[in-house]
Design a protein around this ligand. Structure first.
Ligand code: NAG
Ligand code: NAG
Ligand code: NAG
Ligand code: ZN
Length: 399
């Protein structure tokens, strides 16, 4: 009775609760079904940064069951069917050459403590198998990505130690040049070109990340670094939170020529929902975001797409995708646009799982076969004389 009244009200006033609309929308029902079979794996969420800004990382002051000042809390995670999340360990560029390493360690620490505080919701994992294990336990697999090369202070030892602490991707830059890699702002002229892409040390770092089994994240880098890394890396690479440049010509987005290289390399572009990268304006909606999914699929195929919402890292989110609880609406929109179940599942999680297993395979191969890296390095690579490259590979392999 009450339900009928509510439905009538809902239909006449268009103020529908999610539960009532759910029953009306077959695409949303299908989305929930697919999300129960394949984990939604999101590439980038800045909740740890919010914990630092709002609570100075004091988790005893935080209740994630009721927190209302963030895009992300536990009820929203459940409603959004968040299967796995790369939590960003981000610290601002202003910490470069100062205390970036300490602050990054504190962000890694807060992710570990968040998982310990809410063990029924989160499971900290570091492997593709771990993601599936957590999913089977109905928990959100929690991984760490360090956002910005300034966080390692030009030290491979620091990179390796962060790997030991569970970090599984490094975004090569944030929005500042490091001594060894240029950032995206050189492409719109707001920062000067410094390394012309990767410096020799930057190239050595790529080799070391392949050897370690750490995902290389090209969000925030300029096209020169995308080009050089895609050419050099033995393992596939990711864009943890970037959209399509052809749809919105912002330098944080990925141009078509690079999408083709990502496809060749069997990597992944996890679409960023930030209005300014979606429409190049402050207003965006779910259909604008779906346009990026359609475009990337058209250019590179459904096997190079993923989700990289950037929640809690941005001041504006699209209409219909306000917080992490809303992602199933986007999945439904893709189905409405004719995406097949297989394509949707690829984008939800299967693509990232494929990339991560391949990165793990390259790691195991180079552990069992120390010459492998050197052999890969014997290939001629763009913009680097063969001998210089071989020398760097030798250094990285023998560290
Ligand atoms: C996970 O949730 C599903 C659906 O609610 C349920 O059938 C299953 O038993 C749960 N598994 C575990 C390990 O709790
Ligand atoms: C990237 O590589 C492509 C060829 O693969 C080339 O056309 C393009 O100019 C390169 N861009 C940059 C910025 O290096
Ligand atoms: C989304 O916004 C675009 C303009 O960017 C508009 O054309 C479209 O109708 C909107 N769609 C929805 C579903 O609101
Ligand atoms: Zn970012």
């Amino acid at each position: 009775m009450w339900r009928q009244v509510l439905v009538a009200l809902c239909l006449s006033l268009w103020i529908c609760s999610p539960d009532l609309t759910l029953a009306e929308d077959p695409y949303l029902n299908r989305a929930y079904q697919l999300m129960s079979e394949t984990p939604l794996i999101d590439g980038h969420n800045d909740l740890p940064w919010q914990l630092r800004m709002q609570f100075n990382n004091q988790l005893n002051k935080v209740n994630l069951d009721t927190l209302e000042t963030t895009h992300t809390n536990i009820p929203k995670i459940k409603e959004g069917r968040l299967g796995a999340q790369f939590w960003a360990a981000y610290v601002p560029c202003e910490t470069q050459y100062k205390d970036a390493v300490r602050q990054t360690l504190e962000q890694i620490d807060v992710v570990h403590r968040m998982c310990e505080k809410y063990p029924d919701t989160f499971k900290f994992v570091t492997t593709s198998q771990g993601i599936m294990d957590a999913f089977k336990e109905n928990k959100t697999a929690s991984l760490i990505g360090v956002e910005g090369g300034h966080s390692i202070d030009s030290s491979l030892g620091t990179l390796r130690t962060m790997y030991q602490l569970g970090v599984r991707y490094l975004t090569l830059t944030h929005s500042c040049n490091t001594p060894w890699a240029d950032n995206w702002r050189v492409d719109d002229g707001s920062d000067p070109i410094q390394s012309g892409g990767l410096s020799p040390f930057g190239k050595q770092l790529i080799v070391e990340m392949n050897r370690l089994g750490m995902l290389i994240d090209l969000a925030h880098v300029p096209v020169s670094v995308m080009n050089q890394t895609l050419t050099m890396s033995v393992a596939p690479v990711i864009f943890s939170h970037s959209s399509a440049y052809a749809v919105c010509r912002h330098s944080r987005n990925v141009p078509d020529e690079i999408l083709l290289k990502v496809k060749e390399k069997k990597g992944i572009v996890m679409v960023n929902f930030y209005n300014d990268y979606v429409t190049c304006s402050q207003k965006a909606n779910i259909s604008d975001v779906a346009d990026h999914f359609d475009h990337i699929k058209k250019v590179g195929g459904a096997e190079i797409i993923g989700f990289g919402g950037d929640y809690d890292g941005v001041p504006r989110t699209p209409e219909g995708l306000e917080d992490v609880s809303k992602v199933p609406n986007l999945v439904a929109e893709l189905l409405r646009r004719g995406w097949t179940d297989e394509e949707v599942k690829a984008a939800l999680g299967n693509n990232l799982l494929r990339v991560m297993s391949e990165v793990e395979r390259v790691r195991t191969q180079s552990t069992n076969n120390p010459g492998l890296c050197e052999r890969c390095c014997n290939l001629q690579h763009l913009s680097m004389p063969g001998t210089e490259h071989r020398e760097l590979c030798r250094l990285a392999a023998s560290y």
